[in-house]
Design a protein around this ligand. Structure first.
Ligand SMILES: [Zn+2]
Length: 225
């Protein structure tokens, strides 16, 4: 396994680190992004921990290429804001179209270069989906009819089995969101793409734990570990 650190959008004010984790054998390609919204801190901590765990050999990637961008919108993160404009509405809507933001463009270009089979985008949201179908906290979201749906259902079953408090159980949502990383990855790159949303009113350590376990489940589903 080889872990290398790089800088995305290096020559711009949007520069942010990313990691390439190459398994011992060739295999699938997965992109893990977080911090598309700069104030969703537990998801960013989980993505950084994923990179650190690989670099320290605590997590062994047997095969495939894992690309981790822990804080996509570093500037918004520094200001503790979601980001303006909302970066998750600026990803390209057609392959021939440009992203509406240089950062979304840099992220999408990096992903496209490597032809991802999977793209997991880590976020946080309000509310508990178990209590209201109108909120996104504690959900996995795919595009309608995505090939990622069976894996998401298995992962939700695993997660919910281990969460004693039913109010915190995860649910699946299927939703098209033009301009989002998820929909761009699904429609334009044909990746199995999933948005992970934890509820940010839960304790931070719990949110990091949920995010980390969900990513590990996806790595297992995709054959990385
Ligand atoms: Zn978000």
């Amino acid at each position: 396994m080889l872990v290398t650190k790089h800088v995305l959008a290096a020559s711009s004010t949007h520069s942010t680190p990313y990691y390439m984790v190459r398994g011992a054998a060739s295999g699938p390609v997965m992109v893990v992004t977080s911090g598309v919204h700069g104030n969703e801190t537990a998801s960013m901590a989980a993505a950084q921990k994923l990179a650190d765990d690989c670099a320290a050999g605590r997590l062994f990637i047997q095969r495939g290429l894992l690309i981790i961008i822990p804080r996509v919108n570093q500037k918004a993160y520094d200001k503790k804001i979601r980001g303006n404009p909302d970066l998750n509405r600026t990803f390209p809507r057609r392959l021939s179209a440009k992203a509406k933001h240089p950062l979304a463009s840099a992220v999408f270009r990096l992903a496209r270069e490597h032809g991802p089979d999977w793209w997991i985008d880590l976020h946080e949201a309000n509310g508990l989906s178990q209590l209201s179908s109108r909120v996104l906290g504690q959900t996995l979201i795919t595009n309608p009819g995505s090939r990622a749906v069976p894996a998401c259902r298995r992962i939700i079953e695993h997660m919910n089995h281990s969460i004693a408090n039913r109010d915190r159980h995860f649910n699946l949502k299927q939703h098209e969101l033009p301009g989002s990383a998820r929909t761009a990855a699904a429609r334009l790159l044909k990746a199995r793409s999933v948005t992970v949303e934890t509820c940010w009113s839960l304790k931070r350590s719990v949110r990091i734990k949920y995010q980390t376990r969900i990513v590990h489940h996806f790595l297992r589903e995709a054959g990385f570990i």
